[in-house]
Design a protein around this ligand. Sequence first.
Ligand code: TXA
Ligand code: MG
Length: 322
Amino acid sequence: MITTDILLAKQTLLNDDIIGLPTETVYGLAGNAFSVTAVKKIFELKKRPLFNPLIVHIGSLSYLPKVATIVPINALKLAEAFWPGPLTLLMKKQNRVPSIITAGMDTVAVRMPNHSIALSLLQQIDFPLAAPSANPFGSISPTAAIHVADYFKDYLKIVLDGGECKNGIESTIIGFENNQTIVFRLGAISIEEIENCVGKTILANKENNKPATPGMLLKHYSPRTITILTTDVINTVEKHKNYRIGLLLFSSANEVEIKSANKIAHCEVLSATGNLTEAAKNLYAAMHRLDKLGLDIIIAEQAPEIGLGKSINDRLNRASQN
Ligand code: TXA
Ligand code: MG
């Protein structure tokens, strides 16, 4: 069921069936965005609540008017700067986009993925692809074809293999309201990069009364193993010394000291040198590995709160909610 056959993927989609789709961020569970039958299958397989809308993937900027009616100037600037790439833009939807995709809202989330296989497939079909991340609702996102196959086994006919995802963390989601640029989800493009392109942004959250997107539940991206997020790994390990501990370290700065003081069942280092891009790429695969080991607890180290570090911490924070 893991395959590199793009024609087979196309045929499956033409039958209103769904596939595992590689992108540069994470794998998606993709179907024809104009087919309510296909979109319903996505929600069912993922066990996703219907209030949580899906992202629509397109193969070129010129396709955008087929899914969005109004393209704000800052949306166009961002699309030109970052597409194809890990950036999702919220815009007024075209009538043709079924309301099940947008959870009844009048905005649709659109992105153009930067992955040769996804782009090649999109160029061979005349419809866009609706695709959430290919994990059951709430669990760790998939960054390799095998993660998708493990999650859905025989319920998914094919997973198109595009290798390991090179960004490894979901797209950044940006919306536009009252002349403001609003960050709805932190992701693979940092706020700093967005602001360099379009100026000041606002982070959607409860404090400024901008609800985060419906899907941004506090508990999300979660391993089954209890996970603690901390800035002080040494102390947290000390407090749990009778447990079977797995470590998820941001860098190897304190690795030797921590391991020599305590018994650690397994240790994952996201980036030995503390490189944020490398750490983001490795995050979910490391979480998948740790979660398979039957540990009592995962102790995760917080990344520095700059650039992609904010996106990594966002995911770790949600992963560590009970
Ligand atoms: O990198 C990604 O974005 C990946 C790949 C597969 O493209 N997709 C992804 O999809 O992360 P998903 O469904 O796991 O997350 C999509 C997020 C959800 O939090 C959802 O609430 C938000 O996008 N979203 C979708 N449509 C929206 C809309 N019209 N308004 C506000 N938020 C929306
Ligand atoms: Mg997701």
